[in-house]
Design a protein around this ligand. Structure first.
Ligand code: ATP
Length: 644
């Protein structure tokens, strides 16, 4: 597909129904696709210039994965090729002897040495085939392991902001597809090498018999080869242009078939809406696939027709050479066998060129992703060891999310002393969670710095800093693990201890609730597995709070830890937080302002700026934003209790 075609297809999808533009904005052409498309449009011949590089890369991966098997593959492939040449030359000798004059027994006897050679060559070739299969089978899982592990090593190491970039998500989607391609590429290159060696073997044999036969061989093989390569190119271009569509389809699959969305889908009667979305994306996809099928069929049919005509011409040429006495009958017969062998090898070669090229492009996506992901890697880790927390200072810190006009945090400065309980309050979107993420070292400020006992966070060893901080996030993830493990992953560096797990659960008011589960602490918290259970929102929140307590960190950051808790549980949780006062530091983010009254210091954020700071009493006296919010919330309670 050309660039124009790709653009047309994506606009077709969105303009077919103007509503689609806003509902499915991802269907628009992405800026980053144009560069890749340009590469794909480089032309069919580019395949041949790229193949050696791809083969080299595949071999390097294979070598790293398993040297012995890679060696077996190389030796077996080459030996099988040499045996093919031998086999063909031996066949010709057998035919020469059989077509010679004299009684049949004498002719058979004369052909015996060549026949023995032929049998030996065939046996060695078959043996090499078995060795090749054995080596390849053992190589595949090892190569796959290497490729996939490297991908996950990268995706788990990149900075958090990588996941804010849509290009990164698309890039990653293609890279995941690329991990399968690594294995396929190694296999494809081996098979391709086997096919090429087979073709070379036939070529050598044919040239030895009669150089003119080489022309015949080329005529019979080139058209099909060209068509096959071109078809592969067409398929890859279509695949490339469809990355955004596939991501959208994947999202729709999950929205329509997963448990997490099942209830809301029904409540809001989203069935028809989602099916309509699916029809639109699939409609576009089907049109594109049908168009591709038409173009691929045309290409391969043209190749097959020209190839057929050329093969007929070869047989005519052979007939003419025979009639003219240019070649003996034995050579002509060997040539027919050779052409058939060449066509078999060519079928392998063209299929493998197609596959290797396609896999090579996917592999390029994989390696390209690895390179581009380098831009998202955290800066070199600091080496200083953080001591026990004395003072945490946020100094003139700003952060803007990509594609946002206003900063999420704007020149924020504050100090938290060890043993304090401080609160971040403010309206939705005021920047509280962003500030917490910066303090936890999950994001790096664009400007300003955060210091731990006077050392900038980036100068400190990040693992050692994180070991001293526990974060209970507002957007927690429901890990599909047992209740005990869900808590124990709060400190993965030590083996889980049941007593410690229970103590953390008790502080988070989760113990009794967990004991009541069918298998207690061993209950699997995922309904999609056998024996799995799900929890209510408040119960999940208790588990995540227990995870935060499990680490017993010097600095505990709790972002909306009680939004789903019942009043009794909420009270108990905040009592546990107050118990930390004086011995450990807590940063609390909550909209329930009654719970921050006891905080040593309350920081009020508004539109990313720190607008007020002080104790509850100071802020109430100041009569500013905090006092307004507090009075508003308090009025809600007093209205209900006020009998008037
Ligand atoms: N990953 C992100 N990409 C782009 N913008 C973001 C991202 N996360 C947050 N924002 C924006 O940054 C601003 C601050 O968000 P933040 O989550 O820090 O607010 P908050 O004070 O914690 O809000 P809430 O009380 O609703 O939890 C908001 O305008 C939000 O839309």
């Amino acid at each position: 597909m050309t660039t124009t075609e790709a653009t047309t297809t994506s606009t077709q999808t969105t303009t077919a129904d103007p509503a689609g533009e806003s509902v499915l904005p991802e269907l628009r052409s992405m800026w980053w696709e144009s560069g890749l498309r340009a590469r794909a449009a480089a032309g069919v011949l580019a395949v041949f210039t790229e193949l050696p590089r791809l083969a080299w890369q595949a071999m390097r991966i294979s070598w790293r994965a398993d040297r012995t098997r890679t060696l077996i593959v190389i030796v077996a492939t080459l030996t099988a090729g040499v045996m093919s040449t031998f086999g063909l030359l031996a066949t010709q000798r057998v035919l020469v002897e059989l077509f010679a004059g004299g009684p049949t027994p004498d002719r058979v006897r004369a052909a015996l040495p060549a026949l023995t050679l032929l049998a030996a060559a065939t046996a060695v070739r078959a043996g090499m085939g078995i060795a090749l299969g054995y080596a390849q089978n053992g190589l595949n899982p090892r190569v796959n392991l290497q490729a996939e592990r490297r991908l996950f090593e990268t995706t788990t190491a990149v900075r958090l902001d990588a996941f804010d970039a849509d290009a990164f998500a698309d890039d990653m989607e293609r890279a995941s597809r690329g991990t399968d391609a690594v294995m396929s590429l190694v296999q494809g290159v081996t098979n391709l090498a086997a096919g090429v060696v087979g073709l070379l073997a036939v070529t050598v044999a044919v040239v030895v018999i009669h150089p003119l036969l080489l022309v015949a061989l080329l005529m019979a093989t080139v058209p099909n080869g060209w068509a096959s390569v071109k078809a592969g190119h067409q398929r890859y271009q279509t695949y490339l242009a469809g990355s955004v569509r596939r991501r959208r389809l994947w999202i729709l699959h999950r929205l329509m078939a997963e448990r997490a969305t099942a209830a809301e889908l029904r409540t809001y009667r989203l069935r028809d809406f989602l099916l309509d979305q699916y029809d639109r994306v699939m409609g576009a996809e089907t049109r594109i696939q049908l168009d591709l099928a038409r173009r691929v069929t045309t290409t391969t049919s043209v190749g097959a027709i020209i190839g057929g005509i050329a093969t007929t011409a070869v047989y005519v040429l052979l007939g003419l050479l025979l009639l003219d006495g240019q070649i003996p009958l034995s050579a002509a017969a060997t040539c027919v066998i050779a052409v058939q062998a060449a066509q078999r090898s060519l079928a392998v070669v063209t299929f493998q060129i197609d596959r290797t090229y396609t896999d090579g492009q996917h592999f390029g996506d994989y390696t390209g992703f690895m390179t581009r992901a380098g831009d998202y890697m955290p800066p070199p880790a600091g080496t200083h060891t953080p001591g026990p927390l004395r003072e945490l200072a946020v100094d003139q810190v700003s952060l803007s999310y990509p594609d946002r006009d206003t900063p999420a945090l704007d020149q924020v400065s504050l100090v938290v002393n060890a043993g304090q309980t401080v609160a971040f309050v403010g309206e939705n979107g005021s920047g509280k969670s962003t500030l917490a993420a910066l303090i936890a070292g999950l994001r790096t400020p664009d400007d300003g710095k955060i210091t731990w006992n006077g050392h900038t966070l980036t100068d400190l060893n990040p693992d050692l800093v994180r070991a001293r901080i526990a974060v209970v996030s507002q957007d927690y993830f429901k890990w599909p693990l047992s209740a005990a493990t869900n808590i124990a992953i709060g400190d993965i560096t030590t083996p889980p201890e049941q007593e410690r797990i229970q103590a953390a659960a008790t502080r988070a008011v989760a113990h009794d609730m967990i004991e009541d589960l069918p298998h207690g602490y061993d209950t699997l918290l995922d309904r999609t597995f056998a024996d799995g259970q799900d929890l209510s929102g408040g119960q999940w929140q208790r588990i995540t709070a227990a995870r935060g307590f499990y680490r017993d960190a010097e600095l505990l950051i709790m972002d909306e830890p009680s939004s789903a808790l019942d009043p009794r549980a909420e009270d108990a949780l905040f009592q546990a937080i107050r118990d930390r006062h004086g011995t450990a530091t807590t940063i609390l983010i909550t909209h329930r302002l009654a719970n921050v009254r006891h905080a040593d210091r309350i920081f009020v954020l508004h539109d990313g700026a720190l607008v007020e700071a002080g104790t509850h009493d100071e802020l109430m006296d100041a009569g500013g934003r905090y006092a307004d919010l507090f009075a508003l919330q308090a009025a809600g309670y007093s209205d209900r209790t006020d009998p008037s």
